[in-house]
Ligand binder design. Structure first.
Ligand code: ZN
Length: 89
């Protein structure tokens, strides 16, 4: 899904992607380490969440920059220390 708007990083008007506010690999880690295997978000803690917060913030080019860095962090830090499978890419 996309929405036209001003990219928060480059400032150009483009189609924006839904960006995870908290990286997806962190949401996956939360679900993996939760006692119930599910994640809950603060707007309504009684409802299970499939995914973390997302917002239309970045164009695809800028989203790609963060995606590459996120994959590197997930592969080199979190996966080693926690043994979590990288689901962010
Ligand atoms: Zn951009």
């Amino acid at each position: 899904m996309s929405e036209r708007g001003i990219c928060s990083l480059c400032g150009h008007e483009k189609e924006l992607s839904e960006s995870h506010i908290i990286p997806k690999f962190v949401s996956s880690w939360i679900k993996c380490t939760s006692a119930t295997g599910f994640m809950r978000l603060t707007p309504n803690i009684n409802v299970r969440a499939q995914d973390g917060f997302k917002q239309y913030m970045l164009c695809q080019d800028c989203e790609s920059l963060f995606s590459n860095w996120e994959t590197s962090v997930a592969n080199n830090i979190l996966s080693i220390t926690r043994g979590v499978k990288n689901e962010s890419s």
